[in-house]
Design a protein around this ligand. Sequence first.
Ligand SMILES: [Zn+2]
Ligand SMILES: [Zn+2]
Length: 346
Amino acid sequence: MKAAVLKGPHSVVLEDIARPHVVDPTDVVLRVERTAICGTDLHPYESRLELEDDVVLGHEFLGTIVEAGSAVTRFSEGDRVVASCVVSCGACYWCRRNNPGRCAGVRIFGMGITFGDLVGGQAEYVLVPNADFTLKAIPDGADDDDMLFVGDIITTGYEAVRRSFKPGDSVAIVGAGPVGLCAAMSANVLGASQVFVIDRVPARLKEAEQYGAIPINFDEVDPQDAIYDLTDWRGADLVVDAVGHESALISSTRVVAAGGTISIPGAYVEESIALPFGELWVKGITIEGGVANIINYMDEVTALIVAGKLKPSTLISHRMGLSEVSEAYQMFHEREATKIVLDPTK
Ligand SMILES: [Zn+2]
Ligand SMILES: [Zn+2]
């Protein structure tokens, strides 16, 4: 089968590799029908992760089950499903307490040995372990282009808001990338009083505005002044750091209201960073982060998609064939595309 294989820094090529088959009785194999490139894929692409040779990339995909292990009870051949990009064991202390992102057995598709050596889904077929816990059915009538993102970005953005959101909260989102924009959509759907999106790229801020957010360009205004002005000098009750960089976290501490929460879907791989800790302490800020508990929120997000309230497919900027995966990664890396969907049949 054809698969997107990372050969080295900034080098992804389409290669012929062996098709996967069920190994454990809890596995299924999917024929991949759509797969997307994600900002997280740039961690391996730009060699910020320790990697073995020839990693098959991709953790955002959906498709049809073509093979199901004997212990899979919730799904069978022919079912159309979307996979959580994070695979957990489903049985440990954390999984049983609805915290699958803390599972010691956490694995992420296509992220190499650092995240459990799971072969990715930017391929014609993919093996999904622990299928009963990892997969969700695609309901009739739901748009595949929306459902593709339920396994990661829309659900990651949704959880980042939802886990500590109180009705009427003002929400500031740092970073207007796909997860930031998904957080903005989610904040509106959940009933935020105001949604601010902070970035410096005018096109992305314009997109944020289309999702009902107030755009704040930090090249033009001081985000703290702008947000304090619009919140009776309180700041934002909930701040989402959708970037995962020290500067974004420092901005977050500046714009968050006293007693508020900073929620961090952006991935931090650094050992340590410098933070204005006195300010965090005085304001009494809660910080939430960690690998997303995707599986906990997939049903809720799917229901909102079916109801027409969330439409993450609006983020798709490019559609390409899997055969064009090298160019697709180049474009994505050059920030020429917001979201690229790949068709494995082309
Ligand atoms: Zn992703
Ligand atoms: Zn577990």
